[in-house]
Write a protein that binds this ligand. Structure first.
Ligand code: NAD
Length: 306
């Protein structure tokens, strides 16, 4: 039987703070496929994640199909806004949520992984994080600082991670990020430069696939996921409407699940996808293929096709 087998591989999933997002779903699927999974968690959410785990609040979602529990090999503090600790301003380093965490930068995480697991600690890196402080503002009203923050945390962080983690990878190493169709089509309400950040992330996926492919032999892909009511998506204030809209207007009308994104991720990071790099893969029930809303209730007058 053809099987996704990640036994003996170690994955780092950056962007897990609870069990409600794509990062958690991907971590779980990779564990189902046999990988060891470490996670990177934003320092402001670091203590909360530890508490949720300690109190058993994630136990139901941690259950794997063989009855065992998803165990994170290690949880690392990570603020993807910073490439090195020196680059973090004093007020961040001294903030109570940061000062006890050690080096929370991308370079700090790379160094810690080598200390913990040796010179080649990684096989798979998943970038499942994004943040846009002005996401609720239309682009026209977005400040330069808000725009640059969005693109720095949500797109440049991937460049920085590939630069620092690719040299730490075993043969067959692979990177994956998550993007959203707002990169290429207008999604009113997905503001603050987040659409620009996703466009950059997708373009960088192609360039990084080439550069890091030639230099390190690694693959770099991104999944363009449909709307899903995670914590981050809820911050946009439009996610419930987007989920409903997608369900009404996609070729497949059952709601997309985070597990479907996890399954596609497991394939893309597995040896079965060894020929795939530089790709944006849609996992959105086919919504990206549509050019016209179908549901009469959205005022198009067109009936759903039989
Ligand atoms: N939910 C959707 O509808 C949707 C659709 C397409 C793509 N995506 C993308 O999926 C990815 C995961 O998001 P999600 O929707 O699953 O939400 P989520 O809330 O589970 O994940 C976002 C994570 O980013 C972390 N984060 C924020 N700023 C950070 C920083 N500076 N450093 C490190 N971590 C930071 C948060 O703590 C959180 O864990 C994001 O790239 C998002 O844009 C989401």
């Amino acid at each position: 039987m053809l099987k996704i087998d990640l036994a003996g591989r170690r994955a780092l999933v950056a962007g897990v703070a609870d069990d409600g997002g794509f990062g958690f779903a991907i971590a779980k699927t990779l564990a189902e496929a046999g990988a060891k999974v470490c996670v990177g968690t934003w320092p402001p959410a670091f203590g909360i994640l530890q508490t949720l785990l300690r109190r058993g609040k994630l136990d139901a979602s941690r259950k794997l199909s063989d009855g065992s529990m998803l165990e994170f090999e290690k949880i690392y503090p990570l603020d993807a806004a910073f490439d090195t600790l020196d680059g973090a301003p004093a007020e961040v380093r001294e903030n109570k949520r940061y000062r006890e965490t050690g080096d929370f930068s991308i370079a700090g995480l790379a160094a810690q992984l080598k200390i913990d697991f040796g010179d080649r600690p990684l096989d798979i890196v998943v970038h499942a994080l994004a943040n846009g402080p002005e996401v609720k503002k239309p682009l026209l009203e977005t400040s330069r600082a808000g725009y640059l923050d969005a693109i720095g945390v949500s797109a440049y962080s991937m460049v920085s991670m590939v630069a620092r983690f690719a040299p730490l990878m075993n043969e067959g190493g692979t990177f994956l990020s998550l993007t959203y169709m707002a990169s290429e089509r207008v999604i009113p309400g997905y503001g603050g430069g987040m659409s620009s950040a996703k466009a950059a992330l997708e373009s960088d996926t192609r360039v990084l696939a080439y550069e890091a492919g030639r230099k390190y032999g690694v693959r770099v892909n991104t999944i363009s996921a449909g709307p899903w009511a995670s914590r981050a998506a809820s911050a946009t204030g439009i996610i419930d409407a987007m989920v409903e809209y997608a369900a009404h207007n996609s070729p497949l009308t059952d709601p997309m699940s985070a597990e479907e994104v996890g399954n596609a991720a497991a394939f893309l990071v597995s040896p079965l996808a060894s020929g795939i790099t530089g790709t944006t893969l849609y996992v959105d029930k086919g919504y990206h293929a549509m050019g016209k809303a179908t549901a009469a209730r959205f005022g198009t007058g067109a009936a759903d096709p039989e």
